[in-house]
Design a protein around this ligand. Sequence first.
Ligand code: PLP
Length: 393
Amino acid sequence: MINRNYLELKDSYLFAEVESRVAKYTAEHPGADVIRLGIGDVTRPLTPAVTAALHRAVDEMGEADTFRGYGPYAGYAFLREAIRGHYGKRNVALGLNEIFVSDGAKSDLGNILDIFGADISVLIPDPVYPVYVDTNVMAGRKIGFLQATEQNGFLPLPDPAVHGDIIYLCSPGNPTGAVYDRAGLAAWVDYANREGAVILFDAAYEAFVTGDLPRSIYEIPGTETCAIEFGSFSKTAGFTGTRCGYTVVPEALVRDGESLGALWLRRQSTKFNGTPYIVQRAAEAVYSEAGFAEAMANIAVYRENARVIADALTAAGVWFTGGENSPYIWLKCPGGMDSWTFFDRLLSKAQVVGTPGEGFGQNGEGFFRLTAFASPENTRRAARRLQDFLRAL
Ligand code: PLP
């Protein structure tokens, strides 16, 4: 009767386990001043350009002349134009029909599996955002893991001896903050084109990339025949609660003689009725001149938070990576401590919450993720406590 693949999932989603341990601690220590650098949710509010667009759109919905009902399945042209303009700044030319608006990257990353066969082989980095693994487990697919380790900078490269039909890449990476350079992505693009594989590239954190590192996989030549990219307004512009994202499926991406974009549109028009008009107007405003400047000002705040955490770890002599091109800092638990023990001690001794690396995959054992998304004040307070805690170990 039931989909028994669900029984193969780990008992609880990582963040549910974190929440339950924090709830237990605060129940036993009422009034404890717990600071959260755990779940990757933002704290900066929507910016003025975005809220102004939302207000305008709400007013339009209240007038008969400007009211809108069901929208186009792939999103309104005005938002797809704005997304196309964003890619254009990096010399990536997209067609409007290659852009599909949604209510966020998480849904698309899970739903995209509908267009692929059940018996395909999937390669997923370890450690990584748990949604890739769990959605494939739910579908009963065979998963091979790409070993992301300290030795390869948490950026695995293709092994020509191992075939995968689908390869997940996340850059900047969650949880490690590692970012592929052009050569690394080009190696994957060559592999995928040779193997007839499809890369699912998660660009949810592209707004954090600095310098010349690639923000989109389409910056690499030859990618239009082998990659689907997922984008999100969540971390770029504080849309975690507002919900908007998009998926890019190039026209040239064809498998078994079928256009993957056509299959995706068929899937979406059957199971999805679109992102709210008002939210699409809000997302459009993110790519206006004022909106983008405001979004980047918020990213700068998170970047500064990352620097504050990084300084505390450096002062305490703890190894870490990430934080420069990503909101995540990935540290090595001192003294060979396992990551849940580190979680429990940091919570009980410093009242700071992070995320145990083990929750992101076996290679995450012994590592720990901190996020730069708290307020600057809480980040500074947490960084002081963290430094004292680490020095006292
Ligand atoms: N992809 C990665 C790597 C993430 O870390 C997250 C959220 O934390 C998402 C996608 C989800 O994005 P959205 O809020 O657009 O669903």
